[in-house]
Design a protein around this ligand. Sequence first.
Ligand code: SF4
Length: 334
Amino acid sequence: MEAVRDVLNRPLRDLRISLTDRCNFRCRYCMPREIFGPGYAFLPAEEILTAEEILRTVGILQDLGVRKVRLTGGEPLLRRDILTIVEGLSKLGLDEIALTTNGALLPRLATALKEKGLTRVTVSLDALDDETFRKINGVGYPVKKVLEAIEAADGAGLRPVKINAVIQRGVNEHAILDLAGYFRHTPHIVRFIEYMDVGTTNGWKPEDVVSAREIFEIIHQRWPLEPLPPRRPGEVARRFRYRDGAGEIGLIASVTQPFCRGCNRLRLSADGQLFLCLFASKGFPLKSLLRKGASDDEIREALRRLWQARDDRYSELRSLMPKMTRPEMHYLGG
Ligand code: SF4
């Protein structure tokens, strides 16, 4: 079945689903605790898509080309019906069901997630020293527990585990060699991510970005690297292997080396809005279609037209784009 293509001839392939806007961490580049404090009004339960609505939506989008689903949030493992959602997705014949998590609930769920059909997991870990990591995650969560979560995922057969590290200048550059060194000679892959201006609450400034080129040089000087080809079209990380065979890393350079030309990602927020870009200011109100009795055919045609009209490439045009209010990372799911 031919995937629907947008204005830039990009096929719809990947769907990222934010299962909740809530999280048990307060990472400063995503949910700074001074803004997302005790009184913050998260989405009310009745506004959140049900497991049935999510599975119906994925089924319809499969007819338009979706082959891979990534479950995100907030923290997706906070969803009590996470196993039901994963099991339902595993019956749809997708190529991949992936999940991004902070790891706090992973040791308890890893085996069951694997049994229900989860393909693989990405765990966020922005530093290897407690002092820095506790400051970044905003809740004093220890590194040791995240490392245990990575081992639990590996033990459950969710391997290789990918580790996401967002690098901010003046915050955790020192973690680059720490993390690279720790995961050398393991099957796990650290992906170093350029700090992005997602949403409008993380106080992003261009000078706070440590470029992928800088990160590459820091590691390459210590452990020489060589490029690897992408595993599939639209892959966001640039892959490199250690020349000495000690494993692989990834660099995600959304700011300095935009990859919009290959972007085949659609995003579904927890309250049923479809976003054509991580930096889009407005979403398509899918939930109202789902809940007011539209047929699958009607929804499919509406989503086909939505994608066909897509011309988003924010990262390429970042410096030219007017300042505007945009949804937050914890709502959109990264
Ligand atoms: S900025 Fe938007 S279009 Fe570009 S890669 Fe990111 S999500 Fe895709």
